[in-house]
Design a protein around this ligand. Structure first.
Ligand SMILES: Nc1nc2c(c(=O)[nH]1)N[C@H]1C(S)=C(S)[C@@H](COP(=O)(O)O)O[C@H]1N2
Ligand SMILES: [Mo]
Length: 223
């Protein structure tokens, strides 16, 4: 976890934001109860489109220099990895275009990402047959959990670039996860370690009242 987290003024403001977001989960804020399905509409229920790109974090935006960056992979895998920046760029590179849906009700269409597809990453890591869950751990102490099935979708990316330029620090650079089919809290910024597990391990928001899966078309905000 982040040892260097010292709440200053910014930290205190963020603590309030976190507290109110946790309260939303208790109150069931933004739930519309509208029925929807992925093939019928692009904008999930209760969402509104934005053209800017809001920044959400816990009050720390870790500054990881590329020559000190590392991504490690552990748990039940045939190939535990410790990747430096060059190792990461040596993996097969792909581009994707996907929409963002944040649980705070903003969506942003047509984001162009570059990086390593989860499917290519999985080929390098080779999870053991008993693996059912994946946990992303980040440089700011954040964590979020998904199933191996969710992580294996064709559109999931370990992204280092957005719209042709390096992903900025505020948006999770050097590398963040992009999970387009789920609320954006599943898309861990500043990813540091990926654990492959045979049991579930709920992350930061999942233990604070947010849904374990977070499918926006089913409006799985809280749970
Ligand atoms: N490491 C880390 N990843 C994170 C978060 C965070 O606080 N720390 N916040 C999550 C939430 S709630 C959202 S909505 C998105 C926000 O990403 P953005 O700031 O690029 O819009 O990042 C997700 N990933
Ligand atoms: Mo979020």
């Amino acid at each position: 976890m982040s040892d260097d987290y010292k709440p200053g003024l910014l930290g205190q403001i963020k603590d309030k934001l976190i507290a109110s977001k946790q309260q939303w989960a208790k109150d069931g804020r933004l739930l519309t109860g509208e029925a929807s399905s992925p093939d019928k509409r692009r904008l999930p229920p209760g969402q509104r489109l934005t053209r800017d790109w809001p920044v959400l974090d816990l009050g720390v935006q870790p500054n990881i220099l590329l020559d000190r960056w590392q991504l490690t992979v552990g748990g039940l895998v045939e190939k535990p990895l410790k990747l430096n920046w060059n190792d990461f760029l040596d993996l097969p590179q792909s581009d994707t275009v996907s929409d963002i849906h944040c649980v705070t009700a903003w969506s942003r269409y047509d984001n162009k990402w570059s990086g390593v597809l989860a499917r290519d990453f999985l080929k390098a890591v080779r999870p053991r047959p008993e693996v059912k869950h994946v946990v992303f751990q980040s440089y700011d102490g954040y964590a979020t959990n998904v199933t191996l099935e969710m992580f294996s979708a064709a559109d999931v990316l370990l992204a280092h670039s957005w719209e042709g330029g390096p992903l900025t620090r505020e948006h999770g650079g050097p590398v963040r996860i992009v999970m387009p089919q789920f609320y954006f809290w599943k898309s861990a910024k500043w990813v540091k370690h990926i654990a492959f597990l045979d049991r579930d391990a709920p992350g930061y928001w999942e233990v604070r009242g947010y849904h374990n899966t977070g499918n926006p078309w089913k409006e799985e905000r809280y749970g």
